[in-house]
Design a protein around this ligand. Structure first.
Ligand SMILES: C[S@@+](CC[C@H](N)C(=O)[O-])C[C@H]1O[C@@H](n2cnc3c(N)ncnc32)[C@H](O)[C@@H]1O
Length: 287
């Protein structure tokens, strides 16, 4: 580990306060507070075999909702170590503000460099972020390298082939159409046909093949469907990476507003109360 990747701990001095404030405006925290979101993550963490005294990586920890869930399995008072890793300085500021456990070490870094950031561990939990990784082969390889034999890699995502049940693709199409119309009326030029999603979707089978290629045994795979109301979609529309994925090139402030207006119109026109969405949950053990 070189000096530029030293464990990141002190919230205040690490990020200029203005930058943190600006980033927090486009944070994931509001969406992460919805009960359905806590449920999918709580299920995954509960099936990750975490015990008091374990050494665990919370990869892509964001504002810390999953770190809190991990701590619940580490005893009272918690024992072991948690390495909470995220590239976003402002997300780490939020996480450090809500989590006071001394066994948690916050590290600014990416999944691509995980093998350089932490020592061997028992468990890696990667919630709602694997789809953001461009080179999944390299990242799963790095995770496999830091896991002790018999260690667990668990991840979930709702950006995979199979995430849209029934005729919900109609909803996403209308949402994007309405958002783009709103933007065009204000003089913004936007590429057509962009999906209201993040990037790099794989199928469950492709994920399983990737795991096998990196020395994992047969994975436990679950599909969990949740109902998202309009407020949940408006809240995810505040998250910078979602805005960039849905409306590439559009300034965040404007993109957020366009997505919120668009989703309200889509709900109204289709007379929806909620839109179902599927989470892929995967738990794999290293041979
Ligand atoms: C949708 S949030 C999920 C946060 C948290 N895991 C949860 O489920 O509540 C995605 C997080 O992944 C982080 N992220 C983006 N690219 C990443 C990468 N290459 N490696 C690790 N984390 C990444 C983002 O900064 C963000 O905090």
């Amino acid at each position: 580990m070189d000096a530029s990747e030293a464990p990141w701990q002190a919230p205040a001095p690490a990020v200029p306060s203005g930058a943190a404030d600006a980033d927090e405006q486009f944070s994931f925290a509001k969406f992460a507070a919805h009960p359905f979101f806590k449920e999918v993550n709580a299920w995954l963490v509960a099936h990750s075999g975490i015990r008091p005294g374990a050494e665990v990586v919370d990869l892509g920890c964001g504002p810390g909702a999953v770190t809190e869930l991990i701590l619940q399995w580490m005893g009272i008072p918690p024992r072991g170590r948690v390495f909470a890793i995220d590239p976003s300085a402002s997300a780490l500021v939020q996480a450090a503000g809500r989590i006071r456990a001394a066994i948690v070490q916050f590290i600014q870094g990416t999944a691509e460099r995980v093998a350089q950031l932490v020592p061997p561990v028992d468990t890696v939990v990667f919630c709602n972020a694997i789809h953001l990784v461009a080179d999944k082969n390299q990242v799963v390889g790095g995770i496999s390298r830091i896991l002790r034999p018999g260690g667990v890699f668990s991840f979930n995502t709702t950006f995979f082939t199979g995430a849209y049940p029934g005729d919900t693709p109609r909803f996403y199409k209308l949402w994007v159409l309405r958002a783009v119309r709103w933007l065009r009326e204000r003089g913004y030029d936007v590429a057509r046909g962009v999906k209201a999603t993040a990037m790099q979707w794989l199928s469950p089978e492709e994920y399983q093949a990737l795991l096998r290629a990196h020395g994992f045994g047969e994975a436990v795979v679950e599909f969990q469907e949740k109902e998202l109301n309009c407020q949940a979609w408006e809240d995810i529309s505040e998250f910078s990476m979602f805005i960039q994925g849905a409306l590439p090139g559009v300034p965040l402030e404007v993109g957020m507003e366009a997505l919120k207006v668009g989703v309200r119109q889509a709900f109204e026109e289709m007379k929806l109360q909620a839109v179902p969405r599927v989470w892929l949950q995967v738990v794999a053990r290293r041979a």
